[in-house]
Design a protein around this ligand. Sequence first.
Ligand SMILES: *Cc1c(COP(=O)(O)O)cnc(C)c1O
Length: 406
Amino acid sequence: MNDMISIIKEELERIHETNTFKYETEIESAQSAVVKVNGKEMVMLASNNYLGLSNHPKIKEAAIRGINEYGHGVASVRFLCGTQTIHRDLERRISKFLGKDDSILFSSCFAANEGLFASLFNEPLGREEWQDVIYTDQFNHASIIDGLRLCRSKSTVKRIYKHMDMNELEQLLKEDKDKDFRFRLLVTDGVFSMEGDLAPLPRIVELCRQYGITLTIDDSHALGVIGDSGRGTPEELGVLGEIDIITGTLGKALGGAAGGFIAGDKELISYLRQKSRPYTFSNSLPPSIVMAAIEAFNLIDGDSSIISKLKENTAYFRKEIKALGFTILEGIHPIVPIMLGKATLAQEMAKSLLDENVYIKGLWFPVVPKGEARLRTQISAALSRDDLDRALSAFEIVGKKMGVIS
Ligand SMILES: *Cc1c(COP(=O)(O)O)cnc(C)c1O
């Protein structure tokens, strides 16, 4: 035991030395456009609270209604006594929103991704001996990577293609075309979290159709965020209805608390209820979260005003931060990376911005490539024009002081 602790201690020191230690800042208020840290009000530019629902009065009311009508928790997994009518209501709501047959809830999208692949690929379905292939973008989310790790390596061939490299993907598909694979699946993030860039879905759809591949996207950063009605990357890129399996989170735009799901064909969803281990052996989502998520869909379904506000805020911030002279990664997503280059610069600038009452986080190697350190800003519909302007003037002050802009 002592040995273990001393080895861990060395590793912690190494993490500190390489500047990759993740500090947690305590927030003394609700997650919102403006939060309280050390007694000071700060403009929040680091949360996934894209629609501002994490502290929205209607969402809070719905959560309280959930507790009052259905209690704090169900103390059970779904198939024992953990399915309330509201769980099925939410599942139907999600599948209707996404245009899929059905959906299945998990405690998080991490759990959904852990529960998807192994339940299909490790099972003797259709054949006694088999080999499957999965194509995966190198920058896919950690939960997809872990989900794929749960597949037995001797029967699942994993083909990792360079981030969004459609030529390499096509090459791999060609090489595998005549091989006797049982299942062929491709999985990609819809929006990638470090860059805010969108997977080239139209081309991916085309390739998947041509080569008979089941297409899965994890649209966690896109649902409720992009597409005219918030239906995510497929809507934004004009391929709504072309995706076989969609996974996503309720912990970002759609309330920000917790919960994830998989949406797809009814047979698949029905099968996952039998075989997906994080579903079968883990507690049902609590009623407060379920009711709040239903309310989140009520708020955005048929009324795109919050999503329009988010788009407006994003366009404004992107335009104004560039006008100040900062370099950003171009795009349309509310993730706006401000590129600084050196890790030390990103670290110091994040710290100075905190002093100027802007809550922001920097990213540097190994989270992003060497020499591409950045501040990742995330815009929310909850931010007022005044909040954005205060943040922008803090950027101007700090940027000039540090010689990033002139
Ligand atoms: C945030 C995120 C997740 C994890 O979602 P949780 O519900 O918080 O577990 C999974 N996949 C992607 C692409 C994400 O961005």
